[in-house]
Write a protein that binds this ligand. Structure first.
Ligand SMILES: Cc1ncc(C[n+]2csc(CCOP(=O)(O)OP(=O)(O)O)c2C)c(N)n1
Ligand SMILES: [Mg+2]
Length: 554
């Protein structure tokens, strides 16, 4: 066995089950070793796609994402996806060959690249330690929620490996480490108890509490709902946790730019906002404006820094959301809080975007994106997993397509990159094969990420890809258009997206009016043996309302 094989085996033994990548000479052996040990390998057509697929897969499956790439350009191609994963604290291991000879064409400073985008850089440095170093990389990713680049220098990779490949139990630490750890835990626990006391007092005093759950709360629905029930809190999420409280009569859906008028009104009316695993950033709070002056703010987060960033907390608890919520539910007195029968009725009647009246802007040649999305919401099965690209269009599917729960919505937007949507949908689809995958993309993002269209077909995914086509980088058109700037750099001639899709082996329909959605019904009631691309020519006379809000931050 060579070192590369030992690394692959060790990672498989850690639990690496689905691996995304593009294979070259520098990651050939490690990838094959993973496959030989039972992992599924998903070949992407571009490393950027592989990284984003792994990120989405990790988010939607709860298992670390694994990526393998060739040295040098394989890694630079993956970098945007790695940056997104790192910013989102996605547990992910990127295995990359590494050319250590400075004369090699493939040579770059890979460690510097990784750290520049917020990933942790590690390296397999010797045959003796190879398996242990691979295990350590996996543990850092899984245990500390980090995106880790594990560099595999070519000379070390090919060295013979003579040791065993065994995964030491996670609990094996030296006794000195254990004692120090316990002491730290005791002092952390007592300061957490004081902080939790402050939060308990704030909850007890609150008449109108609202809980906003973020990425760090996606595992804590049960505990949060129980505490909200006890304290009379209304429930909302950041975009990345969308769907977490689906089915609750007190679910306000997303807080922030995508919030319904009712949700915005009720969050503004809160006297206590608690961010659960949610930093309350500018998107979730509309630049702070959803938190009214005088409203107390509390946060519960694993990261101490999150308590102070964005909208800072008056009361902050460092800890796991589910554990803290469960502990508080045992000590706070029960009260009705914000919950009244009248409000329950309003949430039922006005709590979803599709209940908000609008004037249809469709003109026969182009469909209003709201009408398109509501029509699709009616047609697509409820068991769906929706992935969103970036652009002016992005709010329509985020607001008008309902999702079954927090594993029904995948929002890879921490880096705000255009072009990640299709690969996101592939990773999400593989994590949840029981759900209909839906990719919602702009024409710009679709064409940027189009390398993975063949991957969708090859994997036989029954995916619905909706392209909101305004023949433009609409976000830029609406950003600069009102100021009379020339727009030739951000507008494009019509592109035959349905024909492009058919050429790749997809079924395709073009939608310019509501009636055209009948073709989508036909596909849905068929065998769904080919993915479907919906080329929707959407109205484009004005920018979306959440985009106007977002521009305030540029
Ligand atoms: C990789 C990357 N390049 C450029 C941008 C700037 N940008 C933001 S939105 C956008 C337009 C996207 O166009 P499209 O996908 O068609 O969506 P639309 O805005 O038209 O709805 C661009 C170029 C970005 N965010 N990321
Ligand atoms: Mg566009």
């Amino acid at each position: 066995m060579i070192v590369a094989e030992a690394v692959g085996r060790a990672l498989a033994a850690c639990g690496a089950g689905t691996v995304f990548g593009v294979v070259g000479s520098g990651n050939f052996h490690v990838t094959n070793a993973l496959v030989a040990a039972g992992a599924r390998f998903v070949a992407a057509r571009h490393e950027g796609g592989a990284a984003t697929m792994a990120d989405a897969y990790a988010r939607m499956s709860g298992r670390p994402g694994i990526v393998t790439v060739h040295q040098g350009p394989g890694l630079t191609n993956a970098l945007t996806g790695i940056a997104e994963a790192a910013k989102s604290r996605t547990p992910m291991v990127v295995l990359a060959g590494e050319a250590t000879e400075a004369q090699s064409n493939f040579h770059i400073d890979q460690a510097a690249l990784a750290t520049a985008v917020g990933a942790v850089s590690m390296r397999v440095t010797s045959a003796d330690e190879a398996a242990a170093q691979a295990v350590r990389a996996y543990r850092v990713a899984a245990g500390e929620r980090r995106t880790v680049l594990l560099n595999l220098p070519l000379d070390v990779q090919s060295a013979p490996y003579t040791g065993a490949v065994e995964v030491p139990a996670a609990s094996q630490t030296s006794s000195a480490e254990a004692v120090a750890g316990e002491q730290a835990a005791v002092s952390q626990a007592s300061s957490a108890a004081v902080a939790a006391g402050e939060l308990a007092a704030a909850l007890e005093a609150a008449e109108r509490p609202v809980f906003i759950a973020g990425r760090g709360a996606r595992h804590g629905r049960r505990e949060l709902e129980a505490l909200a029930e006890r304290t009379g809190a209304l429930l909302a999420t950041s975009a990345v946790a969308r769907g977490l409280f689906r089915g609750s009569p007190w679910d306000l859906d997303v807080s922030g730019g995508f919030a319904t008028p009712l949700a915005a009104e009720l969050i503004r009316g809160a006297d206590l906002v608690v961010g659960w695993g949610c930093a309350l950033n500018m998107w979730t709070t509309r630049h702070g404006s959803l938190v009214s002056p005088g409203t107390r703010v509390a946060k519960v987060d694993l990261e101490p820094a999150a308590l102070k960033t964005h909208v800072p907390a008056d009361a902050g608890v460092v800890g796991d959301v589910a554990q803290v919520a469960a502990a508080l539910a045992g000590v706070v007195p029960a009260k009705a809080g914000y919950r009244t029968p009248e409000l329950a009725g309003r949430i039922r009647a006005e709590g979803r975007w599709r209940a908000v009246p609008y004037e249809d802007g469709g003109d026969g040649g182009r469909i209003d994106p709201r009408t398109l999305t509501i029509g699709l919401d009616d047609l697509l099965p409820a068991e769906r997993i929706v992935s969103i690209d970036s652009g002016n269009f992005m709010g329509y599917p985020s607001m008008f397509l309902d999702v079954p729960d927090e594993n029904g919505f995948c929002f890879t937007q921490a880096f705000q990159s255009v072009g990640l949507g299709l690969a996101t949908a592939i990773g999400a689809a593989l994590a949840r094969p029981d759900r209909l995958p839906v990719a919602a993309l702009g024409d710009g993002g679709f064409l940027m990420g189009i390398a993975e269209l063949e991957t969708v077909v090859r994997l036989g995914l029954p995916m619905v890809i909706v392209v909101y086509d305004d023949e433009a980088y609409g976000a830029e058109v609406h950003h600069f258009g009102p100021h009379d700037h020339p727009l030739g750099t951000v507008t494009f001639p019509p592109a035959g997206l349905a024909a492009i899709a058919r050429g790749h082996g997809l079924a395709a329909v073009t939608v310019t009016r509501r009636e055209d959605l009948a073709d989508v019904s036909t596909w849905l009631s068929g065998p769904r043996d080919r993915p479907l691309l919906i080329h929707a020519k959407v109205t484009r006379d004005r920018g979306s309302w959440w985009l106007e809000e977002a521009f305030k931050g540029h």
